[in-house]
Design a protein around this ligand. Structure first.
Ligand code: EPU
Length: 350
């Protein structure tokens, strides 16, 4: 296995920011992982697990770490029941190709998560979600390599402690494991479509998706049609990172006490907020930023995307400092206008 030195991070960052990794290795098998971990110990540097680099902001300058680009592959059916199929997918597989494969096999559960950039190994970390679906609803187990003991085992869905864009891998288990693969339990599509079987993908009750199918006069969409719809809808709202550097949503949708949301609703009666349980309301951060008058605004080399205020784009040569300056300014203005503190959604590697 080859370990490179001082590798430019930008090529691994969908936002195209960041300095250099002091050390860098591509890992496609367990033996390489073991060798790389012992190298890091010898050099006394921390390790950093790199997936698709599509939900992370890397710091400028040299990062004193060994970055491991996980390319562990594999896609296999591991068990099957009357109405489900369990598939095990290698952490280094591309996420959207995995969704596409599942859909073409007539397996439902991932289709609403179409066209999300990144890798399979990253999917449980932040519990990726879109159009009413969250990946936690399909994950049976996550296969991990425990760095301290060298053991490989599966962590159950429950023990992953999934939440909105959250899991143990971002919290108490951060840095403890290398995710090797994910086992998904997917439901079989029947010949008369997915809806008629009583298993309705949540995307079909999501306003934007309903409108899309109404417009096309499709009543009982197939998995393929649902996937196509999501791809079309995302293309409208989210810039392709290959053309326009970005990390998707830059802020989480804040959850506040409903009394706080009601105050805003009194003033903006057309706002679309989502009432949750326990007197809480989820407010779309994109709505807050747009209604603070910031959609399409530029802060030097960083802009708020003109079709979706939740996305920050790098206009070409922004540094991570530029990104954070824009972020802080947006947070300040939103706080001043609505009294709500936004929280950054992508990870930050210091
Ligand atoms: N909105 C605005 N202005 C904007 C953007 C959104 O008013 O500039 C309003 C919309 O009109 C809508 C509401 O905000 O009423 C929600 O918008 P949308 O359905 O597009 O979803 P979102 O809350 O902006 C979330 C996820 C996305 C995911 C979409 C689709 C978060 C932080 N983001 O965005 O995830 O694709 O739902 O389900 O939860 C990502 O994490 O990188 C990501 C793209």
């Amino acid at each position: 296995m080859k370990i490179d030195e001082y590798v430019d991070i930008k090529q691994y960052s969908s936002l195209k920011v960041g300095g250099q990794f002091q050390y860098f290795a591509v890992i496609d098998k367990i033996a390489d992982l073991i060798e790389a971990l012992s190298f890091a110990k010898e050099k006394d540097v921390k390790i950093f697990i790199l997936g698709g680099g599509s939900n992370i902001v890397f710091r400028d300058g040299a990062i004193n770490a060994l970055a491991l680009k996980i390319e562990i592959k594999g896609f296999e059916v591991v068990s099957e029941g009357d109405n489900y199929t369990d598939i095990k997918v290698g952490a280094g597989e591309n996420w959207d190709q995995t969704v596409s494969k599942a859909v073409s096999m007539g397996l439902s559960g991932l289709e609403s998560l179409s066209a999300i950039p990144g890798t399979v190994g990253a999917s449980p970390v932040q519990n990726i979600g879109a159009y009413g679906s969250e990946v936690k609803d399909t994950i049976k187990e996550v296969e991990v390599y425990e760095i301290e003991t060298g053991e490989i085992f599966n962590i159950s869905n429950k023990d992953c402690k999934f939440g909105y864009r959250d899991s143990i891998f971002k919290n108490e288990a951060k840095g403890k494991y290398v995710i090797m693969g994910v086992i998904y339990r997917l439901l079989k599509e029947t010949t008369d479509g997915i809806v008629s079987r009583g298993h309705t993908p949540t995307a079909l009750s999501y306003p934007g998706v309903m409108k899309y199918f109404d417009g096309k006069k499709i009543e009982n969409p197939s998995l393929e049609q649902t996937r196509e719809a999501i791809i079309d809808i995302r293309r409208e709202k989210l810039p392709n990172p290959i053309e326009v550097p970005n990390v998707g949503s830059f802020f989480k949708n804040p959850i506040v006490l409903s009394v706080v949301a009601d105050k805003i609703l009194n003033e903006f009666s057309n706002a679309k907020f989502f009432e949750l349980e326990d007197g809480l309301t989820k407010i779309p951060a994109g709505w807050l930023i747009e209604n603070a008058g910031l959609k399409g605004k530029s802060f030097g080399s960083v802009s708020i995307y003109d079709k979706n205020a939740l996305v920050l784009v790098n206009n070409g040569n922004a540094t991570s400092e530029d990104i954070f300056r824009a972020r802080d300014e947006i947070m300040r203005i939103v706080k001043e206008k609505f009294g709500i503190a936004l929280e950054q959604e992508p990870e930050y590697l210091k």
